[in-house]
Design a protein around this ligand. Sequence first.
Ligand SMILES: Nc1ncnc2c1ncn2[C@@H]1O[C@H](COP(=O)(O)OP(=O)(O)OP(=O)(O)O)[C@@H](O)[C@H]1O
Ligand SMILES: C[C@H](N)[C@H](N)CCCCCC(=O)O
Ligand SMILES: [Mg+2]
Length: 233
Amino acid sequence: MTQRRWFVTGTDTGVGKTLVSSAMLSLLAASGLRAVGMKPVAAGLERVDGAWQNEDVEQLHAAGNVDAPLALRCPYLLRAPMSPHLAAREEGVRIELPPLLSAFTALSQRADAVVVEGVGGFCVPFGDDLDSADLAVALDLPVILVVGLRLGCLSHALLTAEAVRARGLVLAGWVASVIEPQMLSPEANLQTLRDRLGAPLLGVVPHLATPDAAGAARHLDLRALRATALALA
Ligand SMILES: Nc1ncnc2c1ncn2[C@@H]1O[C@H](COP(=O)(O)OP(=O)(O)OP(=O)(O)O)[C@@H](O)[C@H]1O
Ligand SMILES: C[C@H](N)[C@H](N)CCCCCC(=O)O
Ligand SMILES: [Mg+2]
């Protein structure tokens, strides 16, 4: 069976991981697959209609088509919008791998495709001896890198690719999201990344006036992911 499971990381926080993960989910769902998003660790709760919610968790849920319990889609839902190790410490919570892995396994059993959105950049700390990269390794998933196009993203993108590969993971593809439309020479920056990242470019999401999953999905082509999905099958 084809393994359609990916770990989506980014060059930083706020670069478009949720937008791209949601776009992927909407494409996967539109192709007839049962697609579900997972946000293993979310930091930042807001009160919406009297209930506490995390925006990423809600967006991923809306973009997929599997109605799994929240505890599987987001095993660690933390209040403060800060690094997870600090938000967890504030609440006396210890983030551990076993609950994350069992939630992923349970979600996988309910879906044909699982898109796991990381937190912030690739090496965000979860606790004294655990970080987001450890989770990607433990899940053993091909990684998709979202590059938020702005000055500074080249080094962040190349360092992330190096860190992914240093851990023995496959960089299955990357997506550029135009988060700063005033950036100088965007095309030359994109070409630099094309030349150096050594992984397929799955799409360039332009700066969208109303960023949403469907709008971003129009700029993605997931066909290049089939190679890794089949290789890992
Ligand atoms: N191409 C784009 N056009 C317009 N807005 C964008 C684009 N990409 C991202 N954004 C906006 O930038 C903000 C951050 O994007 P997003 O929430 O997807 O980032 P993230 O990497 O998931 O952040 P976090 O680390 O908090 O999970 C959002 O308001 C999103 O709508
Ligand atoms: C709150 C924010 N939106 C993310 N959920 C958490 C980002 C953590 C970044 C930590 C860091 O690298 O400094
Ligand atoms: Mg996000």
